[in-house]
Design a protein around this ligand. Structure first.
Ligand SMILES: Cc1ncc(COP(=O)(O)O)c(C=O)c1O
Length: 376
């Protein structure tokens, strides 16, 4: 993917060119609109990465962003104006809520959250001024899968743009543009960076109209990303499939083992038949990913923290898709309008590239010491 045109002795990878200033031999070229005129507008390696993301998602245009959060906020800004109403899934990534509630609101755009399980019933939330529906499927803490075809059918009939955060699936096992979405966003920080050493994002559009809106908004905002970071993300494309597949396999096998553990109330993994949205997942996804959640039997917060602190292979940290396994307790950041009612502490696990049996043993050893008695 994204190979340069091959001549004799061509490097297998695109060049990294570091530049703010681009030079022109003819004055006319400065303003005739035919050339890239400034470093902020990208370089050869940016072009290659944009092409790779378009190929991945089946989109016609890609705008690169300095982070995944920037990809989300850019796609929202590009599609709203004062007086608009937008619908955001209640399961959306917390910092997206922060952006909507604290910044977008200042510019007169009203955000309304809806229960992630609504599907086509989202119609009851649509107003005359609804311009945008923002989805994340699955929700990256609580793992709800949205009925995207039902939502996009409704959105299309009302001229509403749909944006889907597709970070969980890396675009490898879920294709929202094929299911009618207009825009897909990625935090490339996760699987495409793959080594927890770069922040990056991408916005991929299904058609030219949305692609232009996003690109013009990014230009107006002065978005740019370094060629070095861009190269690192492009390099991630080369090995993402085997990394993703190994991590997904490990995650599902750990989820299946933990489902029978007496100290675990619930495993929330969409590929398991006991997931409430499993049928939608089986219809729309071709596989699962490294990320899933568990609900512990009710226990004091101190026990939850001690459970995490005893782990030796799962490190405590806020990400996924890197080589290392990560874990977080979610309750402090579960800022929801519709209480999903987990009935116990929610923990999110991101499986890395370590041996799956070692990871399971790490979890089981720590669960062994988890003390539920205090809740009896
Ligand atoms: C689903 C999802 N979208 C977006 C982001 C933001 O990505 P970034 O860290 O690249 O800003 C994250 C980060 O955790 C995420 O989980």
């Amino acid at each position: 993917m994204a190979r340069p045109k091959i001549k004799a002795g061509t490097s297998v990878n695109p060049k990294i060119t570091r530049s703010s200033t681009l030079l022109f031999d003819k004055a006319d070229d400065l303003y005739n609109g035919k050339h890239r005129i400034y470093g902020r507008h990208g370089s050869e390696v940016h072009d290659a990465l944009e092409k790779a993301f378009c190929t991945l998602e089946g989109g016609v245009a890609c705008t690169l962003t300095p982070s995944g959060l920037a990809a989300n906020t850019l796609s929202i800004l590009a599609n709203t104006k004062t007086g608009d109403h937008i619908l955001v899934s209640d399961s959306s990534y917390g910092p997206v809520r922060n952006f909507c509630n604290n910044l977008l609101e200042r510019f007169g755009v009203e955000t309304e959250y809806f229960p992630p399980s609504l599907g086509g019933d989202i119609e009851s939330y649509v107003k005359d001024n609804t311009r945008l529906i923002v989805l994340e499927s699955p929700g990256s803490l609580s793992m709800e899968i949205q009925d995207l075809p039902a939502i996009t059918a409704l959105a299309q009939s009302r001229g509403i743009t749909t944006v889907v955060d597709n970070t969980w699936s890396a675009g490898l096992v879920y294709n929202p543009l094929k299911l009618g979405a207009d825009i897909v966003v990625h935090s490339a920080t996760k699987y495409y960076g793959g080594h927890s050493d770069v922040l990056y994002g991408a916005v991929i559009s299904a058609d030219k109209k949305h692609g232009e809106l996003v690109r013009k908004t990014a230009v107006a905002l002065g978005n740019s990303s370094s060629p070095d970071d861009t190269y690192v993300v492009l390099r991630g494309f080369r090995s993402v499939i085997p990394r993703f597949e190994k991590q997904a396999k490990t995650a599902l096998s750990i989820a299946n083992e933990l489902a029978n553990h007496p100290k675990i109330k619930r495993v929330i993994h969409p590929a398991r038949a006991d997931h409430p949205d499993h049928k939608i997942w089986a219809r729309d996804f071709s596989g699962s990913a490294c990320l899933f959640s568990i609900v512990l039997e009710p226990c004091p917060e101190a026990e939850v923290l001690a459970f995490l602190d005893r782990l030796k292979l799962f490190a405590k940290g806020f990400s996924f898709g890197g080589y290392e396994s990560l874990i977080i307790h979610c309750d402090p950041q579960l800022n929801r309008n519709f209480n999903p009612g987990f009935g116990g502490p929610l923990i999110r696990l991101a499986c890395g590239l370590e041996d799956g049996e070692d990871l399971l043993a790490d979890l089981c050893a720590s669960l062994e010491e988890l003390n539920l008695d205090q809740m009896a």
